[in-house]
Ligand binder design. Structure first.
Ligand code: ZN
Ligand code: ZN
Length: 149
């Protein structure tokens, strides 16, 4: 999705919940939109550095974004990572974490998306719940590490 659209979508969530979009919050939101991947809080902080925002403020903003479903949290190898949430099915994806080099890869694509949407349907049908998000982290040895073996 277009970054501008993504921002407008987030702005609407803020408005719906009566949360003010301050310049600080916008800077943090922009980092997530522009980076697109997974980051820990320090990485988010480094990317907002030009805006002179303190680390504590970055943490607080991350908590607000998380509490409102805008970003989600992943625990990978004991590290807390954040990424933009997948609020619609088209953004479902899975992660692969390498046990050797610690790299986190993101897998997506039409075939995988098909399976993930099916997984959601099966869970909703058989357990009569509503799946709103997904956090899947597969672990193993990545291609690069396998080749070095
Ligand atoms: Zn690896
Ligand atoms: Zn991800």
């Amino acid at each position: 999705m277009e970054n501008v659209q993504r921002y407008e979508e987030i702005l609407r969530i803020f408005e719906d919940k009566d949360i003010r979009m301050t310049s600080t919050r916008k800077a943090v939101v922009d980092v997530f939109i522009n980076h697109g991947g997974h980051m820990n809080a320090e990485e988010v902080y480094r990317r907002t550095e030009s805006e002179k925002i303190g680390l504590a403020t970055v943490y607080r903003t991350i908590e607000i974004l998380k509490a409102n479903g805008i970003i989600k949290e992943l625990f990978v190898n004991g590290e807390r990572l954040f990424e933009l949430g997948a609020r619609d099915n088209s953004r479902f994806h899975i992660h692969f974490s390498c046990n050797r080099c610690g790299r986190l890869e993101e897998y997506n694509g039409a075939l995988l998306l098909n399976h993930l949407v099916n997984l959601k349907r099966i869970v909703e049908r058989d357990w009569e719940n509503e799946v709103e998000d997904m956090r899947i982290v597969l672990q193993g040895t990545c291609k690069t590490c396998l080749e070095e073996r």
